[in-house]
Design a protein around this ligand. Structure first.
Ligand SMILES: Cc1ncc(COP(=O)(O)O)c(C=O)c1O
Length: 325
């Protein structure tokens, strides 16, 4: 592929059929490899869309500062885009985010602020609230606001969804994606259902996130402390970008489910993704187990395994944390 601008390489990622991990002959499972995006994750799509919208509306001015509270991948996308377009970037994140991800942001020239993972969502020490404070104190700043910005969902409605529809020749029957902001599952799900209302949308959620209970009971469980180790999905609050009306079923997964499946994907398929890719494939297989008729399940591998070499791709780390290797 030739592109006259780095940002034109965002999206149009490959869709690959699992060859060995899927034991069900009547089911096809495809994974969309989002680590092909230039900063290494699915978040390049939303950052490009939100930033271009803010530029068009004059909210983001030349030389301005983009601020965001991010678990890392949105930060990398912002840092990359800011470097390519000449903006400053200030990013806040909880201290559970891997050192590899933190250093990647610094490599792009962004400023980072690391906060305690244990700070509750309503505390001034929570990384999202610190980002808001920085925005209020910084001249010519723009808060990307991925959790509550509906342009996040729209980016997936305009790109991820149509790509999956085209790549499966309209034959996709199920889409599986765990969520944090919910942009991926909601935007892609909305597009796919607009093409074929029979398509089912399934969302795996880590134990400790509030989304599963909210989906099943309509209540917010305040015990949702998000102390699980998988990075980038599940939440301690309901994001506005998350549209539960599109979700047909949710499954609860453990860190062990996500990490062991990520490791299997690398060893058995050569697909070296992050922990949420493992969670998504775990969800696709759990779904496949329940399906009697032929089906075409699509899921996403949101980011690259290199970011987790010192975590679940390390045998010592897996043993220390009581996971299976
Ligand atoms: C690694 C990873 N996977 C999945 C997601 C979830 O995507 P979304 O915010 O679109 O729900 C994120 C979001 O931060 C992520 O960082």
């Amino acid at each position: 592929m030739n592109a006259n601008n780095l940002l034109n390489t965002i999206g149009n990622t490959p869709l690959v059929k699992l060859q060995k991990i899927n034991p069900y002959p009547h089911i096809e499972i495809y994974v969309k490899l989002e680590f092909f995006n230039p900063s290494g994750s699915i978040k390049d799509r939303i950052v490009k869309h939100i930033v271009e919208d803010a530029e068009e509306k004059g909210i983001l001015k030349p030389g301005g500062t983009i601020v965001e509270g991010t678990s890392g991948n949105t930060g990398a996308a912002i840092a990359m885009l800011a470097a390519a377009k000449g903006y400053k970037a200030i990013l806040t994140m909880p201290d559970k985010v891997s050192k590899e991800k933190q250093n990647a942001l610094k490599a792009y020239g962004a400023e980072i602020i690391v906060t305690k993972t244990s700070a509750p969502h309503d505390s001034p020490e929570h990384y999202v609230n610190i980002a808001k404070k920085i925005v209020s104190e910084t001249k010519d700043s723009f808060h990307l606001n991925q959790y509550d910005n509906l342009k996040n969902t729209e980016a997936h409605f305009l790109t991820t969804g149509p790509e999956i529809w085209r790549q499966t020749n309209g034959k996709v029957t199920h889409f599986v994606a765990a969520g944090s902001t919910g942009g991926t599952v909601s935007g892609t799900g909305k597009y796919l259902k607009s093409q074929n209302p029979q398509i089912k949308i399934i969302m795996p959620d880590p134990i400790g996130s509030i989304y599963y209970d909210y989906f099943k009971t309509g209540k917010i469980n305040t015990d949702g402390t998000c102390t699980y180790q998988v990075e980038g999905v599940g939440e301690d609050h309901i994001a506005k970008a998350m549209d539960f009306s599109l979700i047909d079923e949710m499954y609860k997964f453990t860190d062990n489910d996500a990490f062991t499946m990520s490791r299997r994907l690398a060893r058995e398929e050569g697909i070296f993704g992050g922990g949420t890719g493992g969670a998504n494939v775990w969800g696709a297989l759990k779904l496949a187990e329940t399906l009697k008729e032929p089906a075409i399940i699509v899921t996403v591998i949101p980011d690259n395994g290199v970011k987790y070499l010192s975590k679940f791709y390390s045998d010592e780390w897996m043993i220390q944390n009581n996971y299976q290797i």
